[in-house]
Ligand binder design. Structure first.
Ligand SMILES: NC(=O)c1ccc[n+]([C@@H]2O[C@H](COP(=O)([O-])OP(=O)(O)OC[C@H]3O[C@@H](n4cnc5c(N)ncnc54)[C@H](O)[C@@H]3O)[C@@H](O)[C@H]2O)c1
Length: 334
């Protein structure tokens, strides 16, 4: 059993609120203690009796001097995250999760109405109208966030050019419409690059990080969505380039590759017969939900992933981890 005592207050950096009596009572009862700082600046550090009340200072036993504070590195207390496409299926789940873990989120989306509705439900959240195809709009997203919150810790590039019409028009290269290819790269690659470029000075200041959402389609060939999958593959290389150029400045950059994820939009639009094909190739007993992808995004964005950068985390229920034809083998042996 651990007792959590919250010591620091957001944005003030002052010690306060430590219940020294509770510490002593708990210690006497032989219960291990974890003192948790709201700021989560460091996961483990020495505890100084000087910061404690008179009551606690009375006890100068050596354990005070060697006491270590362990924080929860998955939390976002005092941190600010932008989530592009934050009004969509996976983006909204991620905005909810980061807020639940103590962060404040900017929900940036071309669907501004939906972003506003979600922001009204989440404490401290800000809705921003964003069109990733516009350089001005994308740069303004970063500026508005920093102006509103005073800092930026996480840029989560989650938005993409999607939808049934787009997916249907995006087939193989021989039949590719140049305008669709250009628009896909304008939103997905150019938009992501501009957002990263504008965010990097602020992320350097906070030793923050970037999480770029790509796709399992960026890692393997398919008969569908050549423009989309190529654009996501380009984002993987952009991810590695940023990780390499900005790692020494304390900025991490990772990519997250979801497999087919049952968002409301996909549930409605994806043909059930094809959904079954994907389910058969998935090692888990169900397709991922938006909350599953949100967990992976929040992990990469948190200090829990502080030693991970320049990587692609595949979050697809094992779909991309096995030899081709697994489903046929399963049928044969059953
Ligand atoms: N759902 C899946 O199966 C799946 C699989 C692999 C990867 N992904 C990736 O996950 C991310 C989220 O996808 P989702 O399934 O939640 O989709 P979604 O359609 O539910 O959400 C996407 C959001 O992006 C916004 N958006 C679109 N164009 C924009 C623009 N120009 N400017 C700003 N916002 C814009 C949309 O309004 C929408 O709210 C995307 O990058 C997608 O490629 C999803």
């Amino acid at each position: 059993m651990f007792i959590h005592l919250l010591g620091k207050r957001c944005n003030r950096g002052v010690e306060g609120g430590i219940d020294a009596g509770k510490i002593e009572r708990t210690r006497n009862a032989g219960v291990p203690l974890m003192l948790q700082s709201r700021a989560q600046k460091s996961a483990v550090f020495r505890f100084s009796p000087a910061g404690l009340s008179q009551a606690a200072r009375r006890d100068q036993a050596p354990w005070w001097e060697t006491f270590q504070m362990a924080g929860d590195a998955t939390r976002f207390d005092c941190k600010v995250a932008i989530i592009t496409g934050g009004a969509g299926g996976i983006g909204a789940a991620t905005a909810r999760l980061i807020t639940a873990r103590g962060g404040r989120v900017a929900i940036a989306d071309i669907a501004f109405d939906r972003a506003q509705v979600l922001a009204s439900e989440l404490p401290g959240a800000l809705a921003i109208a964003l069109d990733l195809e516009s350089e001005t709009s994308t740069e303004a997203m970063i500026a508005k966030t920093v102006q509103h919150f005073g800092r930026l810790d996480v840029l989560h590039n989650n938005a993409a050019l999607l939808g049934p019409d787009i997916a249907q028009a995006d087939g193989d290269i021989e039949h590719m419409d140049t305008a669709l290819w250009d628009r896909t790269f304008a939103v997905n690659v150019r938009g992501t690059m501009i957002a990263c470029r504008a965010a990097l000075p602020h992320l350097r200041a906070t030793r923050g990080n970037i999480v770029n959402t790509v796709s399992n389609l960026a890692l393997q060939g398919h008969v569908i969505q050549a423009a989309y999958s190529s654009s996501k593959a380009a984002i993987i290389q952009l991810t590695r380039a940023i990780a390499a150029s900005h790692g020494k400045a304390g900025v991490r950059c990772n990519a997250l590759a979801p497999g087919m994820t049952m968002t409301p939009a996909l549930r409605e639009a994806f043909p059930p017969a094809l959904r079954q094909v994907v389910e058969d190739e998935t090692l888990r007993d169900q397709l991922g939900d938006p909350e599953d992808i949100a967990e992976a995004a929040a992990f990469l964005a948190s200090d829990a992933a502080r030693n991970i950068t320049g990587q692609v985390l595949v979050c697809d229920g094992g779909g991309a981890s096995h030899v081709p034809g697994l489903s046929g083998f399963r049928t044969f042996f059953s």
